[in-house]
Design a binder for this molecule. Structure first.
Ligand code: FNR
Length: 201
């Protein structure tokens, strides 16, 4: 692995003033020398449609190539209706296909959920974990990151306004670096049950 670990940073919100985007940008500047966090945009990905697998849109191909090149993935996401926003789910689906060419395969992952509410996007965080199991992405369990009351966390320059959150996110990143080191580039064993799973979904 290269000395700096390439982490694809995916934000589940598309809006300009997104709290998730602000927090993701702050995480990216927390400055672990071993991790390079690179924002990968998902807002222009056409909706996944299996009919297009034979001749995929360029946006899909570029996105799949970018994910395939990454050493790991960090998801920062809001909760929509107690689940994952459609744009992020679409990105997961696009990256997972065509069948047998799952770009996410084996990439260590971590999740930060961010909400102005008190529960901190717990539902989205755990629904996302469910998809990562099927995508064969080892997802860091601890520390969990449910960032609640997020509308109060930023100053006028969109910088974090408190040391406790910054310290927690630094701890989270340090743990993620360790998680990546111990789970990187896992090549899955051939899975004979896959055909059966495929039929059942
Ligand atoms: C929300 N919001 C929301 N919040 C939450 O904590 N749990 C939820 O289930 C939902 N559901 C939901 C659905 C939809 C369609 C929208 C647009 C919003 C509120 C959400 O957390 C809030 O708008 C955040 O600010 C969204 O994140 P960004 O865009 O600020 O990153």
């Amino acid at each position: 692995m290269a000395s700096s670990i390439d982490v694809a940073l995916l934000v589940g919100s598309l809006r300009k003033e997104s709290l998730n985007r602000k927090l993701a940008m702050e995480v990216a500047t927390l400055g672990l020398p071993t991790l390079t966090l690179d924002l990968v945009e998902i807002g222009t990905l056409p909706l996944y449609n299996q009919d297009l697998d034979a001749s995929p849109p360029g946006e899909w191909s570029r996105f799949r190539d970018r994910i395939r090149a990454a050493d790991a993935v960090l998801f920062v996401t809001p909760e929509y209706n107690r689940s994952v926003p459609g744009a992020l789910k679409n990105a997961l689906d696009v990256g997972s296909r065509p069948y047998g060419k799952n770009a996410w395969d084996g990439k260590p992952a971590a999740i930060v959920s961010v909400s102005p509410g008190a529960i901190g996007g717990f539902g989205a965080n755990h629904h996302l974990r469910q998809s990562l199991v099927f995508l064969n992405m080892p997802a860091m369990q601890q520390p969990e990151a449910y960032i609640g009351n997020a509308a109060t966390l930023f100053d006028a320059q969109n910088k974090l306004n408190n040391d406790a959150t910054r310290d927690f996110l630094s701890l989270f990143l340090r743990n993620f670096a360790g998680w990546i080191a111990s789970n990187s580039r896992r090549q899955p064993e051939p899975r004979p049950a896959r055909a059966m799973q495929e039929r059942s979904v």
